[in-house]
Design a binder for this molecule. Sequence first.
Ligand code: PGA
Length: 249
Amino acid sequence: MKKIIIANWKMKLDYKSSLALAKQVLASVKKSQKIKSEVVICPDYLSITPLAKIFHSSPVKLGAQDSAMTDRGAFTGEVSAADLSALGVKYVIVGHSERREHLHENSSIINAKIKTSLTYNLTPIVCVGEKLMEKKSGEARKYLSKELNRALRGVKIKSAADLIIAYEPIWAISSSSSARAMSAMEAEEIQKFLKGRAARILHKNLRVIYGGSVNSKNAGEFLQQKNIDGLLVGAASINNTEFMSICSQ
Ligand code: PGA
């Protein structure tokens, strides 16, 4: 399978800037001879409809930053996986640490979101990651194992391409006060561990990608690792030159 580079624009751009950046990304991807990875853009909800038109039948794929945990119904403020899928969205980020922290998403919500996304043929990008506290106390693997077990409980997939695990150590995400990227070697060890855990649970050799302070200077090292199947990029993805430089490695 190709490596995959996923841009998580979070809520960093206004509507106009999202549209402008999407057009720049598409033009650059079409022009580039160097990009071998699959490129996915996850904008905010408001920009998804116009971006679905911009990226339609193009090499750039569309992802959402979240989706509802249930089917259609009385869920004020939610957006259904069915509608995202009908619009042409292919991927959905589930369980990002910012949603776990600020919106109190717990593992049963995350588990339900994964199952609902799969029902509508969206590929969930399931985020797991330890806090600095767990890293320092040497509990990171135990913690990650628990997060993975809970998120994937009762989940069934047909092929390895149906679900992606994103390893994002919370202390490495650029918005955290302690932010610094993990070394590629250190990430490789944990990715290998997560691959093994996920294979035990889902009986498939899933893609496991890395996220946390990735930029054009360190992306190459991460992508050279055997067990790093791609990158989830936040801050560095909202600048086209920087993002294209990451995608070209
Ligand atoms: P960052 O964000 O690249 O800005 O660290 C990654 C993420 O939160 O997905």
